[in-house]
Write a protein that binds this ligand. Sequence first.
Ligand code: NDP
Length: 287
Amino acid sequence: VLIPLLGLGLAVYFYSGPGNFSEEMLRGKRVIVTGASSGIGEQMAYHLARMGAHVLLTARTEAKLQKVVDKCLDLGAASARYVSGSMESTAFAEEVVKEAENTWGGLDMLILNHIGHSFFDFFNGDVDHVRKLMETNFLSYVAMTVSALPMLKESEGSIVVVSSVSGKVASPFTAPYSATKFALEGFFSSLRHELIIENVNVSVTLCILGYINTESAVRAVSHVIKEAPAPKEECALEIIRSGALRQRELHYPASTVTPILLLRDFAPEFLDGLIRSNMRVENIKRA
Ligand code: NDP
């Protein structure tokens, strides 16, 4: 009873402010979306295209990116192009921003969304995997932000960071992934303070997502997580909306994410127990 009630109250609270979103806000805007070859990133590309934005998409798989770009052009994007490569390298992260500068001469929104592959399993002690994942899921976000900030300052633009409940509350079987998402919160929340102190009008939106029905997430966790996933199309739209409205944080779906965050502060041990009891732990096979 407690969780739905808290959820309802906070959903009302968090959704009462940003009532004035209009898709026109994105028309003609120059937007980079990372991790745009599949999942939530792909859906964000389609929404932005429909809204008439210029999109620069990136991921590793060129064939998939080409298809997403073609669909974006069909949907009405002002322009659509891609750069393929791996975000394990900060040099590639910088190259993507350079491409935006060379093509558009500016940037309005930077949507950081990609993640490298990680395992949903007991932590196996692989320190190299943790380091690699920090590079892909965290350091490349920092590198892109550093390169993009001069253009974003010029346009008074937005940085949108796609994170997770796992970046606020740890669950089992996600130790390296969770670490990268917690790092995002620390870095980008500190940066937000500094931008405000320096009167720089660049917004930083942190998106705290629950379980979403992307192919990769369902494949990785559906045998363990009992709850039903939320739709990726709506999730993608909410991320764009929160960025356009320069919200501090997005909780999606609010009905599950917001109560979890409240319990984290008021009843952490109760929440830990709840997290474990909502998993079919017996379905995790130890390597
Ligand atoms: P997907 O696995 O569907 O997409 C990941 C994207 O990242 C793909 O485009 C992939 O393309 C790209 N990618 C993977 N490895 C690299 C790499 N080394 N360098 C560059 N790009 C790479 O993920 P989701 O859509 O499910 O997740 C999107 C975001 O949402 C992530 O930040 C995730 O943490 C967050 N989130 C998702 C949840 C969910 O339940 N789905 C829950 C909470 C948060 P390619 O393989 O071609 O490189």
